[in-house]
Design a protein around this ligand. Structure first.
Ligand code: ADP
Ligand code: 5GP
Length: 205
């Protein structure tokens, strides 16, 4: 079987609960790592440089694009967000699963460059509940919340491009489903193709 880790693309509209759902999974699966993105947005209160994101200038971001230092990147709500290439490739080669918590444009780029990655989309139970969560989090001013809700409509229309969709209504149910679909992802034939090829080519014993 493959000794390489699996790339997991994890998306959903802002405020749907992606971070809340993923945290217990990562805690109980120390072999899985969350890729730390680079962004040009300002840190929110409580965020630490190098932990949630590496916060960099637009100039530095554009240098990373030019030097092919990013696996993917996108512009979202007026800021750049991108996945540093080297850190992801090293972890995958070392056998660790890597979660990319990224928006839909970046996810569609990964679908082209890493087609055997696992694609998971988190849905809100309703649009009204998404609005409540985004407002309730209280980390963005009202005009940013409004912009993110508008972006959510567009993002939800991409859900069908993913392999798995989980409704984050009860945290407990959605958390169990997240662990289950990641496990199921390892059994997809497209992920297993190297092993299938290898075993098929062995001469009869
Ligand atoms: P995202 O990472 O998708 O932007 P967060 O994880 O920050 O979203 O969650 C947004 C808000 O919704 C937070 O205040 C969080 O506590 C709340 N939340 C997340 N999941 C649920 C849930 N299943 N039920 C109720 N509230 C939730
Ligand atoms: P936030 O500002 O709420 O942290 O993130 C806004 C959006 O950007 C979220 O949908 C988040 O998943 C996405 N995002 C975070 N990092 C990256 C990245 O490296 N690439 C892309 N394409 N999107 C990202």
């Amino acid at each position: 079987m493959s000794n390489r880790g699996m790339l997991i693309v994890y998306s959903g509209p802002s405020g749907v609960g992606k971070g809340t759902l993923l945290a217990p999974y990562l805690k109980s699966h120390p072999d899985a790592a969350l890729s730390v993105s680079v962004t040009t947005r300002a840190p929110r209160p409580g965020e630490t440089d190098g932990v949630e994101y590496s916060f960099i200038t637009r100039e530095r971001f554009e240098q990373l694009i030019k030097s092919d230092g990013l696996l993917e990147y996108a512009e979202y709500s007026g800021n750049y967000y991108g996945t540093p290439r080297a850190a992801v490739e090293e972890k995958i080669a070392a056998g660790r699963d890597v979660v990319l918590e990224i928006e839909v444009q970046g996810a569609m780029k990964i679908k082209k460059s890493f087609p055997d990655a696992s694609f998971i989309f988190i849905l809100p139970p309703s649009y009204a509940e998404l609005k409540r969560r985004l407002q309730g989090r209280g980390t963005e001013p009202p005009q940013v919340v409004a912009r993110r809700l508008a972006a959510a409509r567009r993002e939800l229309s991409y859900a069908g491009e993913y392999e798995y969709a989980i409704v984050n209504d009860s945290l407990e149910t959605a958390g169990a489903q997240l662990a289950a679909v990641i496990e199921a992802s390892r059994c997809r034939t497209k992920y297993m193709k190297d092993f299938i090829k290898q075993i098929s080519e062995v001469e009869e014993v």
